[in-house]
Design a protein around this ligand. Structure first.
Ligand code: HEM
Length: 526
């Protein structure tokens, strides 16, 4: 019963009337528990050969029916990393009726996702993401690997191509980055320390909304609040614990009694879709380029276009801001690295009388390396977005079975000593000889990739170039105008942000909420 109680605790109370639910769950629980009330322990027989095929190790303890669902705790990335250390680069988890394969070796991941891209590029179908958010699998992020998806992906790649970003979106990115720095400095002057989260959220939302719709917001704009609310609700519905029947079909009855599907449908029809329809209609009339107008050059249905735009807005909102948030934490902990990057920027400004553009990044090798090392040192997600296998694939002696959900274990992969020497050391210099854009590096040879945060193959993030332009531009603006310093307590003692314990928030890993000071410095431009 302990397992079922844990399960109930994971379902947010707003979706449940506990009084009604507990008896229902108790019946299903009794059925499940009756089947067996003991714990199974790991079959650690990995790498045994059977008919020339190595078996994939199954780590840790697991329960009948539930499998590993209660073994991952609140920091699944860390648990998985420990299992990789013990059992090797490929492990298998049983998540209810689903089989999850976790990989922390980039070359194995490459062989599965890239070399076998034709059958390793599907997505699992989480109920909310696929049925409701995706209006039955439309768009690109959660759509099945079909012809429609290929068309959508092709259109998105063309509107996010580096030369299009350079031509249409660099100026808005620059002006939003400048506004971000000004706000961070202004708020730091008002108080002892500022929590950058909301400022970064506004910045990333404005950057993507300018690109998508040609519009941007202030904090108190009611539409900004609506956008944030819609995004937050969507994330909450998309959380794994909302999708338990996909793992444990016995719990379908819980969804039925709690009316969860009706709530999801209602949210999409009465909140998400009307908002996006309004933004899309306005964007078509707004002067200047934007994603909506670019998509209009293709022949998508109204629903298809809406979901593609929603994918781009959701994908673009908190990814770069979390990357920047980690960069702030890291720079507080490594002031010498921060100084070195600022000196490099100052030297460029002294020579050129202006801030560097992204196209000039190789003149700032330390800054570029710092960006790459920051993403390696603190990846923004534990597992990226999973792929689903359409067929069996035979790789390095293992069979990755049809139907399995395959993840790259991002935390473990980026700290894998076989891939990065001294992986726990923050050492930007390791990338000084790899100054290619992250976009070029991600699409190049596996041995030449810098990091793996943007995923793999046909499903690789289509916005890498835009994301790194945003990251670079904000970093340069910030370091040219201020230093990032820890706050001090009443005794003048530094209070450094926590760098070691990320908070798992759905798809992303956030730093624990923190405050730092953005202290204005002599502007090298003046
Ligand atoms: C630091 C920033 C970012 C990171 C680390 C990141 C990471 C990722 C990852 C890991 C995936 C899944 C790849 C896979 O399945 O193998 C992905 C997909 C995606 N990303 Fe990003 N992303 C970032 C920024 C952005 C931005 C700025 C946008 C929009 C402008 C965006 C839009 C998307 C979309 C639409 C997909 C779905 C692609 C598909 O399924 O075909 N991302 N991203």
């Amino acid at each position: 019963m302990e397992a079922i109680n844990t399960l109930i605790e994971t379902i947010p109370p707003r979706f449940l009337e506990r009084g009604k639910l507990v008896p229902v769950v108790s019946i299903t629980a009794a059925a499940a528990i009756l089947l067996s009330s003991y714990k199974w322990f790991s079959t650690t027989s990995g790498n045994k050969l059977q008919n020339g095929v190595k078996s994939i190790p199954i780590p840790g303890s697991r329960y009948p029916y539930f499998g590993h669902m209660f073994s991952l705790g609140t920091s699944p990335g860390k648990v998985i990393a420990a299992w990789h250390k013990e059992f090797g680069s490929i492990i298998e988890l049983r998540m209810g009726i689903q089989t999850w394969i976790m990989i922390d070796d980039p070359s194995l991941a490459h062989k599965i996702f890239v070399s076998n891209g034709a059958v390793a590029s599907n997505r699992p179908h989480p109920t909310y993401a696929y049925t409701y958010y995706g209006l039955e699998g439309k768009g690109i992020a959660f759509g099945a690997h079909t012809k429609n998806w290929k068309n959508a992906r092709g259109a998105v790649l063309s509107i996010l191509a580096p030369k299009v970003v350079d031509k249409n979106y660099i100026k808005p990115i620059q002006s939003e980055a400048a506004a971000l720095v000004d706000r961070l400095i202004e708020y730091s002057k008002k108080e002892n320390g500022v929590d950058p989260t909301v400022h970064l959220h506004l910045n990333s939302m404005n950057t993507i909304c300018r690109a998508a719709f040609g519009k941007h917001y202030s904090f108190d704009d009611p539409e900004f609040k609506t956008m944030s609310h819609v995004m937050e609700r969507s994330m909450a519905f998309g959380a794994l614990e909302q999708d338990l029947p996909n793992f444990l079909p016995i719990l379908t009855v819980v969804d039925y009694f709690t009316g969860k599907h009706a709530m999801m449908k209602d949210f999409i029809n009465s909140e998400r879709n009307p908002l996006y329809r309004k933004l899309i209609a306005e964007a078509l009339e707004t002067p200047g380029p934007n994603f909506v107008k670019s998509l209009d050059e293709f022949t998508f249905s109204e629903e298809e276009r809406l979901v593609i735009i929603a994918d781009l807005v959701s994908g673009g909102t908190d990814t770069v801001s979390v990357t920047l948030s980690w960069a702030f934490v890291i720079m507080c902990h490594y002031p010498l690295a921060q100084r070195k990057a600022a000196d490099e920027i100052d030297a460029f400004i002294k020579l050129n009388g202006r801030l560097p553009e992204f196209s000039e990044r190789t003149k700032l090798p330390y800054c570029v390396s710092m960006m790459k090392e920051g993403m390696r040192f603190r990846p923004i997600g534990s597992f990226g977005i999973p792929h689903k296998m359409d067929d069996d694939v035979f790789v390095d002696g293992y069979v990755i079975p049809k139907g399995a959900t395959v993840f790259s274990s991002m935390e473990s992969m980026h700290h894998n000593p076989d891939v990065f020497s001294e992986p726990l050391r923050y050492y930007p210099e390791r990338f000084m000889n790899n100054l290619k854009t992250m976009d070029a590096s991600a699409k190049g040879k596996i041995e030449e990739r810098d990091h793996f945060n943007f995923g793999w193959g046909r499903r690789m993030c289509p916005a890498i170039y835009m994301a790194e332009v945003e990251f670079f531009t904000s970093l340069i603006q910030i370091l040219s105008k201020c230093t990032i310093e820890p706050v001090r307590d009443a005794n003048g003692k530094e209070q450094l942000p926590d760098i070691n314990n990320p908070v798992n928030s759905g798809l992303v890993l956030l730093p624990i909420s923190y405050k730092v000071n953005f202290v204005e410095r002599i502007n090298p431009l003046k």
